[in-house]
Ligand binder design. Structure first.
Ligand code: NAD
Length: 542
């Protein structure tokens, strides 16, 4: 099969699966927040260890045969093994450290010596699709918040948050999609500009008072709107509070998990923080933590005044708690709003058109709407995404689909590749933030009913099973930087290249991927998950 050119490119690999994975790597880098450093998002999450490793990875994928497996360790290619036609083309382990050594200090030491790299969830395993990847998760969370607290409607509601980076940049658009008013504090003027340029943010200001006037107008007229406010969250949130603002919803997506690279301390510019990192890193982390403490104190005061507050998974509470703040009074977003979906195997499934043709995504959008008429999430999401999400890099779509639905869709897409309705292979993948993909006791697995929050067997089993089922790429990730010691996760990519071998791989691996997810939640004691397992027909010993 000939793969259609991507931006005028001829295929360079020995098969469409390898070519698609290479395009996924390149695509991940086209979305990088700091491309020169190969840093894709979340302060430090990289797609490859360094430029030398990237060059070898590209060469290795170009020469990889169908029956071989490329082994990648923390973004560095190690070797190629003859493994057979049903084996993954690529296996990875990114930033895993033995338990006692899994600290941010040890991680940074290894990173300095070029021995490790953090992959985030979707950077190191080449699955990142830009801010769209998190738009639906954020939209999903906000609509769940609206259902739980505001009679299902975010219109006329003010959402105050901070951080407009790779992931956080989805917040203003997701809020607008859900009908609310987003006031997003961001310390870096370039990030505000970037989000406006990409259509994720409507307008920005440096003036707190102007931002309040804009927000009040939008709230009063119940008009969906997004406002970027230049400033430091640790300073601006208390300033908003002093002026009498009480948001309906407050959360945060600064990269607070990383005190060295992710959170700019109060009173400093990003440039000044970078200079202090070089001259006195201990002082930088001390100041960053103190600033986060003030930031969280403000969120707690708002929560006490009636705001719906939640942490959006950036370890903000843990950082503040280190400074004695009673931060865990703020709940995590997953337990209340997202876990009920995980129990049914519903999570952030996504697909990427390796052809580079938007028409391929349009065909699949139509297919999804047609195939799942009784799925309200899909019926609401796909038209909304078509209206609001601007494509960047390879055309892609994310849509939260359930166990069984994912397999069904991917098989239909594989058929459409085979028939020529689609112009090229399609890569299917998901966020690690998914039913089967992750253990993170302060986020996805916080407050599990059986207390199994920190058991990381589950994502490891997920990866083993996915590799055994013939997924094209399987990755095991652990936390790096400020997340060191906090998480274990697994990623999967499957390529629908129109072959019958792809049918087999898709059927086995996508069933396994969410199957082990619903079993994990059923095992923890969730009845809805047990019902989903029973309905799946999988053999289960629960
Ligand atoms: P990023 O590094 O790309 O962006 C962080 C942004 O925060 C930057 O624009 C930075 O300038 C800004 N910032 C830093 N300190 C600030 C301060 N004091 N005041 C205002 N702005 C400040 O990171 P990202 O990819 O956007 O991710 C953000 C965080 O969200 C990370 O901790 C990431 O791990 C987390 N995250 C959570 C989930 C989830 O579970 N839902 C998903 C994705 C990301």
């Amino acid at each position: 099969m000939v793969i259609a050119d991507v931006a005028g490119r001829e295929p360079r690999c020995r098969g469409p699966r390898q070519e698609t994975l290479l395009r996924m790597l390149e695509n991940t880098l086209t979305h990088a927040e700091r491309p020169d450093d190969l840093i894709v998002y979340a302060g430090l999450a990289k797609a490859a260890r360094d430029h030398a490793a990237l060059k070898v990875l590209t060469e290795a994928l170009s020469t990889l045969e169908e029956h071989e497996t490329l082994v990648v360790q923390s973004g560095k290619p190690i070797g190629v093994f003859p493994t057979g036609p049903r084996a993954p083309l690529v296996v990875m382990a990114n930033s895993n450290l033995v338990g006692r050594w899994a600290t941010s200090e040890h991680f940074y030491e290894l990173e300095r010596r070029g021995l490790i790299a953090w992959g985030g969830y979707t950077a190191g395993d080449w699955q990142y699709i830009g801010s769209q990847g998190i738009v639906q998760g954020t939209y999903q969370t906000l609509t769940a918040v609206a259902d739980a607290h505001f009679d299902g409607d975010l219109a006329g509601r003010l959402v105050v948050t901070a951080g407009l980076g790779g992931m956080g940049g989805a917040q203003p658009l997701a809020t607008v999609m859900a009908g609310g008013v987003a006031l997003c504090v961001e310390v870096d003027a370039d990030r505000i500009r970037r989000r406006i340029d990409s259509g994720y943010l409507e307008r920005g200001t440096e003036s707190i008072d102007e931002a309040i006037v804009w927000a009040n107008d939008a709230v009063a007229s119940r008009t969906a709107a997004s406002i970027g406010l230049l400033g430091n969250a640790a300073d601006v949130l208390p300033a908003l509070r002093e002026r009498g603002v009480v948001p309906d919803v407050v959360t945060d997506q600064t990269a607070a998990h990383d005190l060295m690279y992710g959170y700019v301390p109060s009173g400093m510019t990003p440039g000044e923080a970078a200079a202090l990192r070089d001259s006195d890193p201990d002082e930088l982390t001390r100041r960053a933590r103190a600033s986060i403490a003030a930031h969280v104190e403000c969120m707690l005061a708002w929560q006490d005044a009636g705001s719906v507050a939640f942490e959006y998974g950036n370890n903000l509470r843990a950082q503040a708690a280190e400074n004695g703040v009673d931060a865990f009074r703020i709940p995590i977003f997953i337990e209340k709003y997202i876990r009920p979906l995980f129990c049914r195997g519903i999570g952030p499934f996504r697909w990427v058109a390796s052809s580079g043709e938007q028409a391929d995504i349009d065909v699949i959008d139509d297919l999804v709407v047609r195939e799942f008429p009784n799925n309200p999430l899909v019926q609401r999401w796909i038209p909304t995404a078509r209206k609001y999400v601007r494509q960047a890099g390879l055309p892609s779509r994310i849509s939260w689909l359930a166990h069984g639905e994912r397999t069904r869709l991917a098989l239909l897409v594989n058929e459409a590749v085979r028939s020529g309705e689609l112009r090229g292979p399609v890569a299917f993948t998901r966020d690690h933030l998914d039913a089967g993909g992750v253990s993170q006791p302060l986020r996805e697995t916080e407050n599990m009913p059986d207390g199994s929050d920190a058991v990381s067997d589950w994502p490891l089993l997920n990866a083993l099973l996915n590799a055994g089922s013939g997924a094209d790429l399987v990755a095991i990730h652990a936390g790096g930087g400020g997340y060191a010691g906090y998480m274990q996760s697994a990623g999967i990519t499957l390529v629908a290249d129109g072959t019958s071998a792809a049918d087999e791989r898709i059927a086995a691996a996508l069933t396994a991927d969410t199957g082990i997810g619903i079993m994990r939640y059923a095992d923890a004691g969730y009845d809805t998950a047990a019902d989903a397992v029973r309905a799946s027909g999988l053999r289960w010993f629960g």
